[in-house]
Design a protein around this ligand. Sequence first.
Ligand SMILES: NC(=O)c1ccc[n+]([C@@H]2O[C@H](COP(=O)([O-])OP(=O)(O)OC[C@H]3O[C@@H](n4cnc5c(N)ncnc54)[C@H](O)[C@@H]3O)[C@@H](O)[C@H]2O)c1
Length: 369
Amino acid sequence: MPSSDPVRVGLIGSGWITEQHLAAFEAAPETVAVALADYPRDRGGRPGRGEAVAAQAGLTRYYPDYRRLLEQDDVELVTVALPNALHAEVTLAALEAGKHVVVEKPLCLRLEDADRIVALAEQKGLTVGYAEELCFCPKFVRAKELVDAGGLGRVFFLEQTEIHEGPYSDWFFDPTLAGGGALMDMGCHAIEYARWMFGKARVEAVTARIDTFVHGHRGPLDDFCLVHLDFEGGMKALLQAGWTQKGGMTSSARILGPEGVLKVDLLQTTGLEIYSTGGVPTADVYPGWQRPGYAWLWENGYPQEMSAFARAVRAGTQPSESAADGRAVLEIMWAAYASAAEGRTVRLPYTPPEGLTSPVQVWLQREAR
Ligand SMILES: NC(=O)c1ccc[n+]([C@@H]2O[C@H](COP(=O)([O-])OP(=O)(O)OC[C@H]3O[C@@H](n4cnc5c(N)ncnc54)[C@H](O)[C@@H]3O)[C@@H](O)[C@H]2O)c1
C-alpha cells in the first residue's frame, strides 16, 4: 500500500472512548475507520452498543467477535478500547494477526503481559501506540515546549491532578475487570504526564497514599490517591488522582524551576463559562458554574494522538507514546499500590509478588499482610 494512503482502522469496543476514537479518526487526515467489533459474549463480553455505534459512524462492517475483525486483510491498525483486563489478550491477538495496535490506557494489568506486548511488536515489526492523550493536548504540548525551551530553568518539581466524580460504567468498580480503581483509571494519566514532562527520565522510587472515600458502597477499589515519584536526576512529582471531585473534572499541572513557575489547566480556563441550574446534559455540562470546552476533541488531543500513531505506522517506527511507556506506567502503578499497602517508599524496578494478576491486589490484601 502506498505510504501516503490513510491508515485503515478497525475499532474494538463500542463504549465511551470508542466514540471519541471514531470522531478522532474522522478528524485525522492520516486515518480512515473501516469497521468496528466487540468482545465476544461467549467469552464474557457484555452486550455492547456496537452495531448502533458502527451504523451511526457510517461503517458498514460490524463484527460481534473481534477475532473476525482481525481476519480482515484491509484492516491495518486496530484500537483496543475494552475493560482493562481484556487489553492484553486482544492486543496480543491483534499483533499475532499482523495488525498495528492502539491500546487504551492502562496498557494491561500484568507486567509479564506488558513485556510480551513490547516484545511481540518488536519481533513482528508492528507499531503499538499507547493512548495517553494528555501528551497530545495542545495546551500541555505548549507547556512542555516552554519548559523545554528553558523558561523555568532546570525544572525540579511538578504537581499534576487528574480528578472527576467517577466513572459511568459498572466494570470500572470491578477489581477483576479494572485491575485497580482511581489510580489505574486516572493516576495512569498523571504518571505518564510527569514522565513525559521530565523527558521520560527514569523513575527511581514511588511513595503513595491510597484511599476509598466516596465510592466504597460500589466495591473495594480505591477512589483517591497521592503518588510521589523520585526521578533520576533528582526531579520530584506529586500526583493527585481520584473519582472524588463533584462539579466537573480537573486536569492541571504546576511546574517549578529556579527561574520560574508554569501553571496549566486543561479544562477550567477556556474563557467560556456558563451557569445553568439544570446543566446541559446533552453537552456534558453539569448544573452550576461550568467551563465547557469550545473544541473539546482537539483540546483533549484525541485526533492529534491518532495522527501521530498513524504516522508511526507509515514510518515503520514506534510512536512517542508506545507500549514501552505503557509498561513503565504500569510498573509505577504496581509500586504505588505496594507503597500504600506497606507504608513505605518502593524503589524500582518492582517485581510483583508471585501469583498476583492485577496491581490493586497488592493493596486489597494489605490487611492480610
Ligand atoms: N484515554 C482516555 O481518556 C480514556 C477515557 C475513557 C476510557 N478509557 C479507557 O478505554 C477503555 C474502555 O473504556 P470505555 O470508557 O469505552 O468503557 P465503556 O464502559 O464505555 O465501554 C466498554 C466496552 O467494553 C465492552 N465490554 C466487553 N466485555 C465487557 C465486560 N465484561 N464488561 C463491560 N464491558 C465490556 C463493552 O461492550 C463496551 O464496548 C478502558 O481501558 C478505559 O480505561 C480511556
